[in-house]
Design a binder for this molecule. Structure first.
Ligand code: SF4
Ligand code: SF4
Length: 264
């Protein structure tokens, strides 16, 4: 189930794990080691791309060109970005080398979460959005036969996934805006969608765009936040998401700076 699902709809036959322990371990001595890094359909989210392009020391435009392909996914009004696999017989992940994952510290959300899947109920009857985790069970994965036990909380801590989940949750909110076809008469591929795509998937170009349009100075932002945005792509991405909400639906946490000239 996608992280951007809106409804509490559990896949058939799957029950959320809750606090129930599960057995799993993945290590280089296991017979299936790295089998899951081949022939895999993997969606990449905006924060995945920021982390991967930094790990590879390339810019976001190069990353997108070299390592991704676009498909029409479950959002009819915004493309889904997939990892482009190698053209070898095994269809390997491009980041797989003879020692394993060459981007391990910055591997994408899907690789961190596995063997769990995450679903978020964004509109529970009461309270804040609620997350659920399910245990996947692929027959090729022998990690389930190992003795080591985890509960979900331990697995998430072990895999250092919290930054990914919070960024993906913010993106999911924006994705609901895209699902309402906010491009109006422009259609897909029009100027607004191009802007949205740049913010989400080409952070280096967005940084240059923000600088040339003096975008930060158009809003009342605490000095500390401005400083973080200037040095941290994740902070710039969060700002960009809020800016997109403002230009697409006129609602966002950003407050206009009355003394600044609006350039966009
Ligand atoms: S145990 Fe599962 S996750 Fe680990 S290498 Fe094998 S298939 Fe991949
Ligand atoms: S990013 Fe790393 S862990 Fe994920 S599929 Fe590629 S090689 Fe495997």
């Amino acid at each position: 189930m996608s992280i951007i699902d809106q409804q509490k709809q559990f896949p058939e036959g799957m029950k959320p794990l809750g606090n129930k322990p599960f057995r799993f371990s993945c290590h280089s001595g296991i017979s299936c080691f790295l089998n899951c890094c081949r022939n895999v359909d993997m969606i990449l989210y905006p924060y995945d791309i920021i982390r991967l392009k930094a790990a590879l020391k390339i810019d976001s435009e190069q990353f997108m060109r070299k390592h991704t392909r676009l498909i029409k996914g479950d959002n009819p009004y915004f493309p889904t970005v997939m990892l482009q696999l190698m053209d070898d017989e095994a269809k390997s992940c491009p980041f797989l080398d003879s020692n394993g994952c060459s981007v391990y510290q910055d591997r994408p959300s899907a690789c961190r979460t596995y063997p769990l899947e995450r679903a978020v109920d964004r509109k529970p009857e009461r309270g804040r959005p609620k997350e659920f985790y399910f245990l996947t069970n692929h027959s090729y994965c022998k990690g389930h036969l190992e003795d080591k036990e985890y509960i979900v909380k331990e697995w998430l801590r072990d895999q250092r996934i919290s930054d990914y989940n919070s960024m993906n949750d913010i993106f999911a909110e924006l994705d609901t805006v895209f699902r309402d076809n906010p491009w109006q008469g422009e259609g897909s591929g029009g100027p607004k969608q191009q802007l949205a795509f740049m913010v989400c998937y080409d952070i280096d170009r967005f940084r240059a765009f923000a600088a040339s349009n003096k975008l930060l100075s158009q809003f009342r932002l605490p000095k500390d936040q401005k400083r973080r945005i200037n040095v941290d792509d994740g902070e710039l991405l969060k700002f960009g998401f809020e800016w997109l909400k403002l230009i697409l639906i006129g609602r966002s946490s950003l407050i206009a700076n009355p003394t600044s000239r609006k350039t966009f």
